[in-house]
Design a protein around this ligand. Sequence first.
Ligand code: MG
Length: 458
Amino acid sequence: MGRLFGTNGIRGRINELTPELAVKVALSIGTYFDGGEVIVGYDGRVTSPILFRAVISGLMASGCNVYNSGLTTTPLLQFSIKTLKLDGGVMITASHNPPEFNGIKVIGVDGVEIDRPEEEKIEDIFFNNKISRRPWNEVGRLREAPNMLDEYIKSIKRNVNVKGISSMGYKVLIDPGNGVSTLTIPKLMTELNCEYDVVNGEINGRFPGRGAEPTPQTLIEVAKIVKNGGYDLGVSYDGDGDRAIFTDDEGTVHWGDKTGAIIEEHILRKKGGGIIVTPISSSKIVEEIAEKYGGRVQWTVVGSVVVSHELKRVGGVMGMEDNGGIMYPEHQYVRDGAMATALMLDAIHEKGMKLSKIISMLPRYYSVKRKVECKNEIKHDVIKRITAKIEVFENYYRKEKIDGIKAWLNKDTWILIRASGTEPIIRIYVEAKSTEEAEGLALKYEDELKSIIREMGG
Ligand code: MG
């Protein structure tokens, strides 16, 4: 059987994920929801209005009643499903991908993107012509969705010390990156009594500001503004608003596992322990903090959907990703950039220190991330070969094969090599006690991978 879904829904360019295909996909999704109540929203991408209408058509033709949520963030749409007690939802977004991409995310009754076995049910309907087409008098209805923004902000505020944060009058630089977070974050800032300015605030599907993906490399300009403007904090969101990358008051941009560790510590202290769910690519800091505050880490494969489902399964207190995804189950099981922002302000208030100071007190590790191009057809065989090589030649201290190969060369140094779930690339992650060591190891494995790929004719 063919496959439609990647790691985060169905993704493609408009000549691949065409309007015609989107209608057929939506007919399959509508058949899967069996005439249920489904909410549909879209992000600010140029092609989103095309796919949005195609998806609504397919859902209605297969008997689903559709609530039109319009332009929205992914976490707000997910929150709406749960709060309005709907059967599910569809979000048109390609998250942080370049502007020519778009995608379709299917969300279940619990507000979490459906897992692989459920995706297979939709693929079965799609590929084996099991689509249910309803007669004219049984097609679904289209209604406006109620505006859930107030409820959503209330839910976030319920989970932090609003009084404490408000008393500080924090100065925050908000960077939606031309994505849809402009719809939610300014309101949150106002309600937390933060003084804020916005950069890249215009919703623009061409992402002219700094692209749709916030990373230390794309946030160099934002970091300068944070430092020179005397801000307590800078927060940069991805295109659909589910991830947040933080810049500290000194203008240093941090990966999500470092800032996530600060939120982790805050939550573990508040709860007196609990399970933290995070992909195998996250920093060792996550484990150290968990051990220190009576918690433990549950590792998963890389991918937010898996983290959310695992978080729910094990009853964890928090999920986190190195790319800036934070899941706080008391609000919802999915990553949410607005919730992450409020939790970070809560943690800073609780600690009573500047973010740069709090970060400087974390255990110090240096991480390097690299990618090597590799055709999809051979990437899993390349991983097998490099795994065998590491197992034979490296004198490793501990290893995990949850997703690719992660080998600890000693208690402070590890490498992870895994195939991307969405792109024809292999990713290398290294963490070590010095930049030189991390860079050196990344280079070594990059070379090894390139030679294996060459040998295999890639
Ligand atoms: Mg996203």
